[in-house]
Ligand binder design. Structure first.
Ligand code: DX5
Ligand code: ZN
Length: 217
């Protein structure tokens, strides 16, 4: 139903020349650009701010896939809508009522995703599946790039895909964390349709080659 999309995670790009990195990675074949927003509370780090996303929005038409690792997602929706987010994915473990956040994102005309951390059961997101555009079972602890892919995510992808297809829903499955060309076929076989990759793409001297390999799924 969905074409496989590759979403480079800008967290792994060179922050001294962010705008040029966007241009470079779009030219290398990115389908989406993945931006991580953190609040220093939900995860003990900070990453990319809505103001930065707004500035970068002027440099490309490629859709922005914004992953928010924050305790109170609702507080960020206006800033992210203004910044030009095309998709906002928030965590089921965050403190705001999921139904309200989903409605708030949709009300702003933005696609909505729900992420879950590796130790969280997919049972927590099942009640919301029919309201989502994407679900993101994370394959590393949220907060940092460069971690190793946790294979437990594969079983989650498979079960989510089964449930989504059984209900005939149009929900994408994204996978984020430690994704490499070796991992990509495993995730795609189980039903992932968006591959987020930071280190694998940006640490390569040939990001276009890596994106193409990821795309072979
Ligand atoms: C981690 C972030 C990821 C991260 C992925 O919390 O959500 O998007 O940038 O980076 P790699 O591909 O290096 O694991
Ligand atoms: Zn992310």
């Amino acid at each position: 139903m969905f074409k496989l999309k590759i979403a480079p995670s800008m967290l792994a790009s060179d922050f001294t020349r962010f705008g040029e990195e966007v241009t470079r990675i779009v030219a290398a074949g990115a389908d989406l650009l993945h931006f991580d927003v953190m609040d220093g509370e939900f995860v003990p780090y900070f990453a990319i701010s809505p103001l930065t996303i707004a500035a970068l929005r002027k440099t490309t038409d490629v859709p922005f896939d914004v992953h928010i690792m924050v305790t109170h997602p609702f507080r960020y929706l206006d800033a992210l809508a203004t910044a030009g987010a095309d998709m906002i994915t928030f965590h089921i473990e965050s403190a705001d009522a999921p139904a309200a956040v989903i409605a708030g994102i949709k009300a702003r005309g933005i696609k909505v995703g729900l992420a879950l951390s590796p130790e969280t059961s997919i049972d927590t997101v099942i009640p919301y599946l029919s309201q989502l555009d994407l679900v993101l079972p994370m394959s590393v602890e949220p907060g940092r790039g460069g971690q190793t892919f946790q294979r437990s995510a594969l079983a989650k992808i498979a079960r989510l895909r089964q449930m989504i297809d059984a209900q005939n829903l149009a929900v994408e499955i994204s996978v984020d964390g430690g994704v490499t060309p070796a991992i990509a076929p495993l995730a795609v076989q189980k039903g992932a349709t968006i591959l987020v990759a930071g280190t694998a793409i940006f640490r390569s001297p040939q990001p276009a080659v890596v994106i193409e390999k990821l795309r072979q799924g």
